[in-house]
Write a protein that binds this ligand. Structure first.
Ligand SMILES: [Zn+2]
Length: 415
């Protein structure tokens, strides 16, 4: 096993070492769920912290792991998407088709296309697509539903090869992938190579402004190298001859998502007024200077103290506590806050691939959601607070029988 490497230059602009502003201690890889036969082994831990580049404003991990530590054979297969995400994606598809007049001669490329659920919506409307997805399980599932998919990590090399094959994209979609990309510049250069002159790039990612405002520290984990503001994305795009043409905010999605639309600089029409508006709002919020980030560590520490006190107090009164969703953010929250089986008995998750395993570090057993009604714990800690409304609706029966929900972020509350 190889260790973590300290980041010494900015992943985007190549500037000096990003200035650290938050350490979450040393934690296991968040998605590496523990098998029952490996419970005797100790989970390897790695430093988890973030810093701010004072040159291009990109927030990024202070330490990174070798790729094989993150993408090992046990990397969970994410097949289930929330209803909210499906609705959100379909709306995006319709918008892109209508605004760009896409048709049978167009090409839509999606990077990290997963099981093809988004591209399938273009296929159904007669628009050619190509998915690029590095994980074999989802790539195979996508082909099965008629979405041509290449099993690769996207970057400049792949883009050049596609162009050599005569392919150019009218639209390139990259949702919730940019934070996972080790070579950010090759990734965005790939966009620039593959995009038609009048083409549009549509990138979505949770924004770092919402992360700060709502104390979403648990969205920080080793698999997420970067945490983006529009300011940082703007600098990154410009370096590769691209420019922002529109920004849309989705406050309810993944704790606060931004959609950046971009095109070739000077060729994609005038930027929408949203670009200047969001850039100005981010500067007003201080996202371009260290001061705003400097106070975040104390805010996180206060939330963690409050949550530990709340759970310990309930436990001391004899209450039983379970958790919902064996998500990566749950692993960060549990491990960096010191919450384990002494406070929380088990976690439930709808993903059958996760059931029967254990959360890394905290070692909570992962059970099917039916365990909630079987055991009726007094409290349910919502580790997937970003979809709390959906979970609470699904677990109406648990609540009707007297169960209560604890939402940890942005401040611990009992509902
Ligand atoms: Zn930088």
């Amino acid at each position: 096993m190889s260790g973590a490497t300290e980041v010494t230059t900015c992943r985007s602009c190549g500037g000096d070492r990003p200035r650290p502003f938050l350490s979450l201690g040393s934690t296991p890889v968040a998605n590496r769920l523990v098998r029952a036969d490996a419970l005797d082994a100790v989970d390897p831990t790695f430093p988890l912290g973030v810093g701010f580049c004072e040159r291009c404003a990109l927030v990024q991990l202070t330490h990174v792991l070798p790729a094989d530590e993150i993408f090992d054979a046990d990397y969970p297969y994410f097949s289930s998407f929330s209803d909210m995400l499906v609705r959100h994606s379909e709306k995006n598809v319709v918008e892109l088709i209508e605004s760009l007049g896409l048709g049978p001669d167009s090409l839509v490329v999606e990077v990290a296309s997963n099981d093809g659920y988004l591209l399938k919506a273009f296929v159904e409307r007669g628009i050619p697509v190509l998915g690029i997805e590095p994980t074999p399980g989802p790539a195979a599932a996508a082909r099965e539903v008629g979405v041509p998919t290449r099993e690769e990590f996207f970057g400049a090399e792949v883009a050049r090869r596609l162009v050599d094959e005569g392919l150019r994209a009218d639209v390139i979609i990259a949702n919730n992938v940019m934070a996972h990309v080790p070579d950010l510049n090759s990734f965005v250069e790939g966009f620039s190579i593959l995009l038609k002159d009048e083409g549009v790039i549509s990138v979505e990612n949770p924004g770092v402004g919402a992360l700060l405002d709502h104390t979403e520290f648990d969205t920080i984990y080793h698999e997420h190298f970067c945490y983006f503001s529009t300011i940082a994305v703007d600098a990154l795009l410009r370096r590769h001859g691209l420019e922002l043409v529109g920004v849309t905010e989705f406050p309810e999605l993944h704790g606060g998502t931004l959609r950046w639309r971009a095109g070739r600089a000077g060729a994609a029409g005038r930027p929408d007024p949203s670009v200047a508006r969001v850039l100005a709002a981010e500067r007003a919020a201080g996202l371009d200077s260290f001061d705003r980030y400097g106070s975040f560590g104390a805010e996180v520490g206060a939330l963690q103290d409050e949550l530990r006190t709340l759970l310990s107090g309930l436990k001391a009164k004899g209450a039983t506590i379970a958790a919902y969703a064996a998500a990566a953010k749950g692993a960060t929250l549990l491990n960096s806050t010191g919450i384990d089986t002494r406070l929380v008995d088990f976690v439930v998750d709808r993903n059958t691939h996760k059931q029967g395993r254990y959360m890394p570090g905290a070692r909570l057993p992962i059970l099917a959601p039916e365990a909630l009604l079987d055991r009726q714990p007094d409290y349910l800690l919502l580790l997937a607070w970003n979809v709390k409304n959906e979970i609470m609706a699904q677990q109406a029966e648990y609540a009707a029988r007297g169960g209560s929900f604890i939402v940890p972020v942005p401040r611990p509350v009992i509902l």
